[in-house]
Write a protein of this length. Structure first.
Length: 146
């Protein structure tokens, strides 16, 4: 399956020292819907930033004009469930396992986490945003849980 997913990280130096880490959900063609791979990469990036004394804070945002995050990649989870009738929905289980661990990590993160919730913020995206210590919305923000 050819999937365009990633978590991009940029470091923005701060005048007083250290840096602001910007983590961007980068799947604009799918409204930044989170895949199990993205959730795992987000989790690994957050663990690294948590333990990096130079990382002062984290900015979490989404790429493109579709919004911060359209939720979990429900199409992949559905396809996974239909591929194994009566059996495990591998995509859903993988996402829920790593996705909730990442959400919990944001909720308990020892440094400020700023979430830029412009545009669509749905389902799993709202879960990520809710855990942030600082949440920013705009006149274009649309928050929902399906």
């Amino acid at each position: 399956m050819n999937v365009d997913f990633s978590i991009c990280m940029e470091r923005h130096p701060l005048p007083a020292g250290g840096y602001l880490a910007q983590l961007t959900l980068n799947a604009p063609s799918r409204r930044n819907a989170i895949t199990p791979e993205m959730a795992e990469r987000l989790h690994r990036a957050l663990l690294g930033l948590r333990d990096d004394p130079e990382a002062v804070a984290v900015l979490l945002d989404g790429a493109g004009d579709g919004g911060f995050c359209g939720g979990a990649d429900a199409q992949r989870m559905l396809a996974s469930a239909l591929a194994n009738p009566g059996g495990a929905a591998v995509e859903a289980e993988a996402f829920l396992c790593c996705g909730y661990i990442s959400t919990f990590l944001i909720h308990t993160f020892p440094k400020p986490v700023i979430c830029w919730g412009d545009g669509r913020v749905m389902g799993a995206g709202l879960g990520l945003m809710a855990g942030a210590s600082h949440r920013i919305v705009t006149e274009h923000s649309r928050l929902s849980v399906p």
